[in-house]
Design a protein around this ligand. Sequence first.
Ligand SMILES: [Zn+2]
Length: 250
Amino acid sequence: MGFDGVFLDKIRFSSFGNGFEAAMGCFCERCGERYQKSGIDMNEFSKRMKLTDKSFLLPDAVENGRYRFADPLIDKVYEVRSEIITDAVNDLAGHFRGLGMKVGLDVYAPMFSYWVGQDIGALSENADFIKTMLYRVTQAPAGIPYEAACMVRQLRLRGCESEGVLQRLWNIGDLCSPESLRRQIKAVSGARCPVYAGFEINAKRDICHADLNYVLQTAEVLERENAGRAVLSWDVLSDTQDFLESLADL
Ligand SMILES: [Zn+2]
């Protein structure tokens, strides 16, 4: 048919970039049923969401890329959210597999993937490869600095102070540092399919602040972490200056 496979993007719930309500996920009839079946009391959940202090929305641990919440209700909600996404992706993947195609998945950086319902470990069971959007210099959706700022802002508006929480959970000072890249790669190293880091190789005024230093530094870290196979993102037709040539020299 001329296609080897498909690459599925936007397989997730909204992030905090779309506002607080959107980031809480989907509460349509179908999702509601899933929550109910899993023993989640939706009335109790609604009551929780009306509390002025919403610090229960903050995880207290991260295990293999999954956040764990001290509040059992919230912990379960996030678990079911990711099951809803995994099942939907598996349906799609099964369809394309049936047509003899391979399936790649585009997912958020491990630091944010679970917030949007992407359990990378679970998704890896039925994918040929996963690409993580490890965009450390993108000030737009899926970019780490952008998503982190949106998260703090949206949660703060709803009575939940999350400044410094991701740094604490991931044990890093700077969410956009090479160390952050390393930790996030490690967090999903148990995946059942190859996970390729996606990093920016184009610059875009006011949006993507990639420069040669960043591109080479990222490539170096990936090489050292045995993650030398990567996905050059996010727009090779945009301004890549001489980044591609310099990478080729490596
Ligand atoms: Zn739904």
